[in-house]
Design a protein around this ligand. Structure first.
Ligand SMILES: [Zn+2]
Length: 137
C-alpha cells in the first residue's frame, strides 16, 4: 500500500509512473497517479470546478473529493490530504450510487448557476440596448 504522495507538475504525463507521485498535467487539466492500494493501476482524475481539485500545502498534495476506484478490481477508496493517504474503507453499492448522485447534483448546481449568470448578462444586454434605442428615438 502507498501511504503518501508528493506532487509533481509536468507538461506531459510520463509513460512510466512512479509510485507515491501525483502527476499534475496542468495543460490537460488532469492528475494521474498509481492506485494507492499498490495494484499498479494508473488512475486518472480530470481536474476542474466540477471534477477533482488538487492543492499543494501542508507538506504535500491534497485531492478533493475522495478517489473511489469502483471501476477497478481493487475497488479502493481513499483521500489524499497533505500528501498522506487516508483510507475511506469499502463503500457499499448504495453508498457508491449516493456518491455518484451527489456528484451529479454538484454538476447540475454548477451549470445551473452558470446558466443563471448568463441569463443575467442577457437581461443586462437587453436593458442596455433598450437604453440606446431610447436615446436615438
Ligand atoms: Zn488498486
Amino acid at each position: 500500500m502507498i501511504d503518501s504522495f508528493r506532487l509533481e507538475r509536468v507538461k506531459y504525463v510520463p509513460k512510466e509512473l512512479q509510485p507515491r507521485v501525483l502527476y499534475v498535467a496542468d495543460e490537460f487539466d488532469i492528475a494521474v497517479h498509481l492506485c494507492a492500494c499498490g495494484c499498479g493501476t494508473k488512475v486518472t482524475t480530470p481536474l476542474g470546478p466540477t471534477e477533482w481539485r488538487v492543492s499543494d500545502a501542508n507538506g504535500g498534495p491534497t485531492v478533493v473529493p475522495s478517489i473511489g476506484n469502483w471501476q477497478l478490481p481493487c475497488r479502493s477508496h481513499y483521500v489524499i490530504t497533505g500528501g498522506k493517504v487516508l483510507w475511506a474503507g469499502q463503500w457499499s453499492e448504495e453508498r457508491i450510487k449516493a456518491g455518484r448522485n451527489a456528484e451529479q447534483h454538484r454538476r447540475e448546481a454548477y451549470y445551473a448557476a452558470r446558466a443563471h449568470d448568463r441569463k443575467w448578462w442577457v437581461r443586462l444586454g437587453k436593458w442596455l440596448r433598450g437604453l440606446f434605442r431610447g436615446g436615438r428615438n
